[in-house]
Design a protein around this ligand. Structure first.
Ligand code: ABU
Length: 498
């Protein structure tokens, strides 16, 4: 490897198996070292540098003449050296975290197979896996969902878009051919003011305009208020508009709130609207007998459900699914039957050419890592994981409540989103109210900066429509233990001294 270049390894002429193996082994060694470091609590999560300094530490230029394999090995090691270790037990920053090694092994195999998921022709095993796992997920959503349809999509936002497209297609089947002129009137969609921004984005992307994505007010805990939804539907109907789509959220991004699906389903039924449940985040709770109800009661009444295994279930990024109760809609809505790819006279059942159900052409293989993980864990293992993450979050809430001078819990969480303020010494005697909240909010970016500069901890903060900045801590990694939760609070207190 020392003097070898890219054309000294397979598949080039003159390549040797020995050099090929040596090169790949060195890369695997780097990956395994990274995994070990990531799970060492004494290691930092990140080695932070500002972009203008980071660029000087790296050699990122694209060369005229290719570099040696040895240099590539060095490049790989440097890349991981400066990467944020999102699987470190002290990384609480994002909805997706942790590193499930079975899922990772699946991703390695996926990369090696390097196929495209558009046709059975070139991905037979993976397409069948997708069929089996998607059917299983639909059965978990609801007993009457088995005969529906599903697809893996590149992220929850695109999954939500598929729901929107199918809903519009269901109501206006000629839209695909005739376009906007087929709709006589203004389409209106609804979602809560706490929903993910991708829902509103559907209105912009699909020609409604964001003014016609009505943001329904939510209550104190962040749940959509059904009476407000109905009022806003009636208001638009009275203006001659066409309310057609409601996206409720199971697990909002910041507060982790669950909209009341049954009440919303009643309203959708009454006014003939499509009900979509964006459970990109909360979907994992469907696997838990303990936590599924009441949070997601009524989900089986929806028309479509987004559920991201790359979040609570710990599948590697990315792995997002969209499910429909009715079969055939995806295909009739999106099929273009491109005759260079989806020939209708192939030797096998072309319903397995699932690529013709989606608006993208090339489709990444996101199923193998999930299938392998599900084989390893079974439904039981996933249930244990979800219950454990919830239990750890309850432990965090308990520890916060035990230290009321140092921490202020914003609300009782329904999920693993725990929202709170850290209270520095100078503010501990001040009565809690808007003035103190403003000061606590100012503290968040300063404390977060210290976390990143020291590299010992990462948790997120943001403002919302009711409060200035506050911390939103997420426990979604199987690596986290009670000791890590204790560390989180003690480290915030250490760094928060000002
Ligand atoms: N798609 C929402 C992800 C946001 C987060 O990880 O915080």
């Amino acid at each position: 490897v020392a003097n070898a270049k890219y054309n000294d390894i397979i598949p080039y002429e003159g390549a040797t198996e020995k050099t090929t193996h040596e090169f790949l082994q060195k890369i695997v060694d780097i990956l395994v070292d990274y995994i070990k470091a990531q799970n060492n609590r004494n290691e930092k999560i990140l080695d932070f540098h500002h972009p203008e300094d980071m660029i000087k530490l790296l050699d990122l230029k694209v060369p005229q003449q290719g570099v040696s394999l040895q240099q590539l090995v060095h490049d790989c090691a440097t890349t991981l050296k400066y990467q944020v270790k999102t699987g470190h037990p002290h990384f609480f920053n994002q909805l997706s975290s942790g590193l499930d090694l079975i899922s990772m092994a699946g991703e390695w195999l996926t990369a090696t197979a390097n196929t495209n998921m558009f046709t059975y022709e070139i991905a037979p095993v993976f397409i069948l896996m997708e069929t089996v796992v998607m059917t299983h997920m639909r059965e978990i959503v609801g007993k009457n969902w088995r005969k529906g349809d599903s697809i893996l999509a590149p992220g929850g936002s695109i999954s939500n878009l598929y729901a929107f497209l199918a809903a519009r297609h269901k109501m206006f089947p000629n839209y695909k051919e005739k376009g906007i002129a087929t709709i006589q009137g203004q389409l209106v969609m609804y979602t809560s003011d706490q929903s993910h921004y991708s829902v509103k984005s559907c209105a912009s992307v699909c020609g409604l305009g964001t003014d016609n994505c009505v943001m329904v007010p939510s209550d104190e805990s962040g749940k959509m208020i059904p009476a407000e939804l109905e009022r806003l539907v009636v208001e638009r109907k009275n203006r001659g508009h066409i309310p057609f789509f409601v996206a409720c959220t199971s697990g909002t991004t910041v507060l982790g709130a669950f909209d009341p699906i049954n009440d919303i389903a009643d309203i959708c039924k009454k006014y003939g609207m499509w009900l979509h449940v964006d459970a990109a985040w909360g979907g994992g709770l469907l696997l838990s007998k303990k936590y599924r109800h009441p949070r997601m009661s009524g989900v089986e009444r929806a028309d479509s459900v987004t559920w991201n295994p790359h979040k609570l279930m710990g599948a590697l990024l990315q792995c997002s699914t969209i499910h429909f109760k009715e079969d055939g809609l995806l295909m009739s809505c999106n099929q273009m039957a491109a005759d260079y790819l989806f020939m209708q006279d192939k030797l096998y059942d072309i319903r397995y050419d699932t690529g013709d159900k989606v608006i993208q052409c090339g489709r990444h293989n996101d199923i193998f890592k999930l299938w392998l993980q599900w084989r390893a864990k079974g439904d039981e293992g996933f249930e244990e994981l979800i219950d454990r993450l919830m239990e750890l979050s309850e432990y965090l809430v308990k520890r916060i409540k035990e230290q009321p001078d140092k921490f202020y819990l914003i609300m009782e969480p329904e999920m693993v989103n725990v929202c709170f303020w850290y209270i520095p010494k100078r503010l501990r005697k001040e009565p809690h109210g808007p003035a103190r909240e403003a000061k606590l909010g100012e503290m968040c970016p300063r404390l977060k900066a210290k976390m990143m500069e020291e590299g010992t901890l990462m948790t997120g903060y943001q403002p919302d429509d009711r409060r200035p900045n506050f911390f939103r801590n997420i426990i979604s990694s199987a690596a986290v233990t009670e000791k890590d939760v204790d560390f989180l609070l003690s480290e915030m207190d250490r760094l928060g001294q000002d």
